[in-house]
Design a protein around this ligand. Sequence first.
Ligand SMILES: Nc1ncnc2c1ncn2[C@@H]1O[C@H](COP(=O)(O)OP(=O)(O)OP(=O)(O)O)[C@@H](O)[C@H]1O
Length: 477
Amino acid sequence: MRGVKLDPTVSSIPWEPPVNYNSRNVEGVSGLEKDSFMPTLGSVFKSKKKKDKETTRLKDTNGNPDTIPEDSPVTPSTERSLSQSLASAPSTATTANSQAGGTLSHTTTATSQTPTSPVATTDTKMTTPAGADSQTTPGHTSTESGSQKTETVYRATKGKYTLSDFTFQRTLGTGSFGRVHLVQSKHNLRFYAVKVLKKAQVVKMKQVEHTNDERRMLQRVKHPFLITLWGTFQDSKNLYMVMDFIEGGELFSLLRKSQRFPNPVAKFYAAEVALALDYLHSLNIIYRDLKPENLLLDRHGHLKITDFGFAKEVPDITWTLCGTPDYLAPEVVASKGYNKSVDWWSLGILIFEMLCGYTPFWDGGSPMKIYENILRGRVKYPAYIHPDAMDLLQQLITPDLTKRLGNLYHGSKSVLEHPWFAEVNWERLLSKQIEPPYVPPVRGGIGDASLFDKYPEETEEYGKEGPDHHGHFFTDF
Ligand SMILES: Nc1ncnc2c1ncn2[C@@H]1O[C@H](COP(=O)(O)OP(=O)(O)OP(=O)(O)O)[C@@H](O)[C@H]1O
């Protein structure tokens, strides 16, 4: 049972009583087949990805109060400084405004791990570091996207490490087929996150293609707001993916603590996500699993998108039914062919959720209810949503693909140039020169995982020798 740690003071604020809200991830294929309008062809879901993430979702029934709780980690007091900072350079002042354990709107000087290969310095087999500092292969390509020059990078990831390169520590999160561990490199003593997937489980859940896609997509991407994959390896039972450890926890936890974000705070996170989507789409990659659970905060408060389990290279259209019910676009629900436009729909859902504290089509019922609501397409916008934000949301959360922003002639440019984002200086944002609205209270220096929930640890030892029945499915690891 995963419990989001709610701030103990939250209950004293004037909000609707918490509604018990379970994870919005789908139950798996069988859950979908129950409903006649749901397609079964090609339905591939990870089984309830965070099924044990029992959490509290605040649903507005009579209109939410316009106030953000004072004890929220992102209070309205940050609004002015943030909207100023979205356009300008961060001040060098470091006036700590610490609330609810986090530090708001100040320039951080925290020392942080710069991206470094786990065995870059001492291990000769790793003299070419992967990830953010990696070199591109001679065959790389460049394209201009909405606001960014993108490069297709192909990093070598296969078999780069072994289990003995790392000391495994606690679990940071669990998924349908495995878990993510905090690990320490025995070579440079830095901390990383290693995703461990059980091969048998991946095969059983028919996720071989998605898992190989995840590795391949992560291998290709290189962007400030996307997680870096350093390398992969496998043993007889498990697959391992070595990533940067992102210390600040999930945006999901921050949002639940805050209930909802002030307009400029939501705008900051939405803008970083929009840049990441713009980049992915320039590589013809659809992400397909946008939601606050997959957005991690680095120690400075910038976003990193993780979990590329549904990311796929799709030059034109695809039909695979996958994602998370609340975030599915109607064309996915209706089993039509779809393209990158589904990510822009999901961005709309994400912005709505950040501004309101709940998703627009959720009604406390089953995923089927959510699908019905999505297909019905009626969205109730609370009065406190800024008019510009509402205009953007109406153009993102539209079933009409000829009208959906991001899917029109100018592509992602039309999203980035929308009036809600008017004050965003995209170049500065991309180079992380805009100060984030919230600095996670990462204590204890590097390797501090206190912002992550606790999980029961794996009981089965990693690296055991034995027959490898599934290795042939994962030859690229
Ligand atoms: N690089 C990272 N740094 C810190 N924590 C991470 C990192 N990657 C993942 N996590 C944590 O682990 C959790 C599970 O990761 P992820 O969603 O990638 O796993 P998964 O097995 O693909 O799950 P699912 O079945 O939901 O797809 C995340 O929600 C996050 O809390």
